[in-house]
Design a binder for this molecule. Structure first.
Ligand SMILES: [Zn+2]
Length: 165
């Protein structure tokens, strides 16, 4: 979680919503992501999506079948995955998530919807969630971001906090 927080800090420095994550395979970090929404002008580039892409690339480079690698990953992320990312984690069959603070607006692991644990047909596998790891630090980073406001976002977006993950 230390490293995930470092990645989140990097996001804050780059003017992104400070969320950071790691995907760990047998004790080795093979995916690392932070929000890249403003940089890429792509609202789906959440930390988890960036890290998933990195693991797919890792699988290609190491000639490993992603269908065998993903079910052995652990995701460490500073903020509860949103609904979109929680669905992606299910579909990729990532079995375990450890996160910091809750995501009251878009949380997909119990705060708004329970994508992580719901019984859903043909939508991947439920995953196990543990929360509260270094949660205060994760919240402090989010607060710091909203204090400084998002320099890349139109004013209306900042006011509505649309960019919050
Ligand atoms: Zn997300």
């Amino acid at each position: 979680m230390d490293q995930a927080l470092d990645v989140a800090k990097e996001a804050l420095e780059k003017g992104e919503v400070p969320v950071g994550c790691l995907l760990v395979y047998n004790g080795e970090v093979i995916g690392r992501g932070r929000n890249e929404v403003n940089e890429t002008k792509n609202a789906t580039r959440h930390a988890e999506m960036v890290a998933i892409d990195q693991v797919l690339e890792w699988c290609k480079q190491h000639k490993r079948d992603y269908r065998e690698v993903f079910p052995q990953l652990v995701l460490y992320v500073t903020v509860e995955p949103c609904i979109m990312c929680a669905a992606a984690l299910r579909l990729m069959k990532i079995p375990r998530v450890v996160y910091g603070c809750r995501n009251e607006r878009f949380g997909g692991c119990g705060s708004v919807l329970s994508i992580s644990s719901d019984d859903m047909v043909d939508s991947g596998d439920p995953f196990e969630c543990s929360s509260g790891y270094r949660a205060e630090e994760a919240v402090e980073l989010l607060k710091a971001f909203y204090r400084q406001e998002n320099p890349n976002a139109p004013k209306s977006k900042v006011r509505k906090k649309d960019r919050r993950q």
